[in-house]
Design a protein around this ligand. Structure first.
Ligand code: ADP
Ligand code: NA
Length: 329
């Protein structure tokens, strides 16, 4: 009987890529049609956990906003907002942080990955999963569409919701992960197909951005690392490179890996790459053009975020008031 509410977030650390699109955005657009209460946040507080340039960060916030709108997020149907404009995210994160152990955070695989490349580990990299939990719980979200890489973090949010409810009184519903279960659930880096495609990988050739031009798409796909076998076969375990291209191709066409492999019979991987690049361009062209159009009007984008943040705040304020009462603050 309780109301379903969707929450998800995306970092403004760079241009959105195909991994974000298939791991998250496609589902986001579907959910705004089927669920009555939907919030999508540009989680700027998360993107300062690693060194950043203030001018670039603000530009990225607008770019991600434009790109989300171009992908079909409709501000009439979804509350699209900027995390740092709603102060209750950080406030609830403090309360939840007081209930989280260092051991639990230290075990999270993303912490191990991200901190491996940094000499002096900022506290933010360690505690950001707690902020993610607050992002979700401050809206009492019940459904959280995320990529597979976020599953452990969602388990932390589930744990903290339960712990809070048992310690202070029932407030938070169980936030359920909605994870894509097709072959596009975890797209891989084009440069190193053992890693996930990510905004945070330094080499821009490792990912296809949603705003890449036709020429850039072709160049990146041509340079994608495959292996020494020339046939096109689906074998994610032993042939992660070519299988990643097939997965991307599936996402673009709605076909299964088997259908794609059937169609590609007689092509070597070199020729197959041209087919994949063309399929990617067909889907990205309208998104790219709409993003570019929207980016010419920054005040319009700022206004969308301002309106969304007002709506988000009114929900977050309610939850925060309940938290204060229950905790005795
Ligand atoms: P990134 O990891 O590129 O910095 P974010 O952390 O902002 O991206 O994640 C935004 C959403 O995109 C999350 O739900 C995340 O799970 C999803 N996502 C990111 N990379 C991938 C990928 N390679 N495959 C599938 N989903 C992904
Ligand atoms: Na991520």
């Amino acid at each position: 009987t309780s109301m379903e509410r969707v929450f998800s977030g995306i970092q403004p650390t760079g241009t959105l890529h195909l991994g974000n699109y298939f791991g998250a955005l496609k589902k986001w657009v579907e959910l705004q049609e089927t669920c009555g209460s939907v919030l999508y946040s540009i989680v700027d507080l998360h993107s300062i956990t690693l060194p950043q340039d203030p001018k670039i960060l603000h530009r990225n916030i607008l770019e991600v906003t434009a790109c989300l709108l171009a992908c079909g997020i409709n501000p009439q149907k979804s509350i699209l907002f900027q995390q740092s404009k709603v102060s209750q995210h950080a406030e609830l994160a403090w309360v939840l942080g007081c209930m989280t152990t260092m051991a639990r955070l230290g075990h999270l695989p993303q912490f191990k990955e991200k901190s491996a490349s940094v000499k002096d580990i900022p506290l933010g990299i360690f505690v950001y999963p707690v902020l993610q939990s607050a992002d979700i719980l401050v809206y009492k979200a019940t459904k959280v569409p995320v990529g597979e890489d976020q599953l452990q973090h969602l388990q932390l949010a589930q744990h903290l919701a339960k712990l809070f409810n048992s310690k202070y009184g029932k407030l938070f519903p169980h936030p359920k992960a909605l994870i894509n279960d097709d072959c596009t659930a975890r797209l891989r880096s084009l440069r190193d197909p053992t890693k996930k495609m990510s905004k945070s990988e330094p080499d821009p050739k490792s990912r296809i951005d949603l705003t890449d031009s036709e020429e850039v798409i072709l160049e990146k796909v041509k340079k994608a690392v495959t292996d020494f076998e020339s046939a096109v076969t689906w074998d994610p375990k032993n042939r992660p490179g070519v299988s990643n291209l097939i997965a991307i191709h599936c996402g673009m066409t709605g076909k299964t890996p088997e259908e794609i492999v059937q169609d590609a019979q007689g092509l070597d991987t070199g020729k197959y790459k041209l087919v994949v690049a063309d399929a990617i361009n067909k889907v990205l062209q309208p998104i790219r053009e709409e993003t570019m159009r929207l980016l010419k009007d920054p005040p319009f984008l700022e206004q969308i975020l301002e309106d969304g943040s007002m709506k988000a705040s009114s929900i977050a304020e309610d939850t925060w008031e309940s938290v204060r009462k229950l905790v005795g603050l």
